[in-house]
Design a protein around this ligand. Structure first.
Ligand SMILES: Nc1ncnc2c1ncn2[C@@H]1O[C@H](COP(=O)(O)OP(=O)(O)O)[C@@H](O)[C@H]1O
Ligand SMILES: [Mg+2]
Length: 235
């Protein structure tokens, strides 16, 4: 087993059911080492997004423990949980969840406004938060002329890169990505994933990447099927 400090994510004996439904998530043990990049597969409706919600702290398990960067988020108050999430987790949603009227740059720097820790990490890396946002947007291939425009005016592929920059800024220990390539065409998927993986490597950020597009999975350190994880806990 990996040591405490080297673990970006550790969950144990996690159980979750939606109200009135059969248990959906029953995972014995699942870990991501620091900087590890893992592909999580599973058919539609198998509980992938629900699992990410449990990891991100937006859903609470009925049983079990979630450790993010060594901190047991499942035992925190809801306010502490929000802070832990802002400090240690970047999320890339399927529908991006950008603030449409805010500029591209403001969407990216906003991730630091809720976290002194990520602000400090961005500033120590690039001088200040805005410089960090500019560096990431540049490295992710977003044309400079788009940076001051409202996020809603960008193409789908461009918006996806803004969402990635927002998740990456301040080098959180863990990025959760929920089918981030599903709205992109096949060529754009490959490009986007390469850029995202390069940035995760550079920042030693662990990545849990959910997708049902198995053509992408060779690029990861490891691929896991949610159904296989579910078999590891006694009924
Ligand atoms: N907010 C919700 N309330 C009740 N049931 C839900 C909710 N969200 C998802 N579910 C149910 O949980 C199951 C798994 O959904 P989900 O986690 O979205 O799967 P996946 O992301 O693998 O497609 C589905 O049966 C779905 O209907
Ligand atoms: Mg889903």
């Amino acid at each position: 087993m990996t040591s405490f400090e080297q673990t970006a994510l550790r969950l144990s004996n996690l159980r979750f059911a939606w109200p009135g439904a059969e248990p959906l998530i029953r995972v014995g043990l699942f870990e991501l080492r620091a900087g590890e990049r893992v592909f999580l597969a599973g058919p539609s409706g198998s509980g992938k997004s629900t699992l990410l919600g449990l990891l991100a702290g937006t859903l609470q398990p009925q049983q079990g423990e979630v450790l993010i960067a060594g901190q047991a988020v499942s035992r925190l108050s809801s306010r502490q949980r929000d802070q832990a999430r802002a400090d240690h987790i970047g999320v890339i949603f399927q529908q991006f969840n950008l603030l449409p009227f805010l500029s591209v740059l403001d969407n990216v720097t906003l991730a630091c406004r809720f976290s002194k820790r990520r602000s400090a990490r961005a500033a120590s890396r690039d001088g200040d938060i805005e410089s960090s946002a500019r560096r990431l947007l540049g490295e992710l291939g977003l044309p400079t002329e788009t940076w001051a425009r409202p996020a809603s005016s960008l193409s789908v592929g461009q918006q996806q890169r803004v969402a990635a920059a927002r998740a990456l800024i301040g080098a959180p220990e863990l990025i959760l990505a929920d089918e981030p390539t599903s709205a992109l065409d096949v060529d754009a998927r490959g490009d986007f994933l390469r850029l995202l993986l390069d940035e995760c490597v550079a920042a030693n950020t662990a990545l849990l990447f959910v997708s049902h597009d198995r053509s992408l999975m060779d690029r990861f350190d490891r691929a896991v099927d949610l159904r296989a994880l579910q078999n590891e806990i006694a009924a």
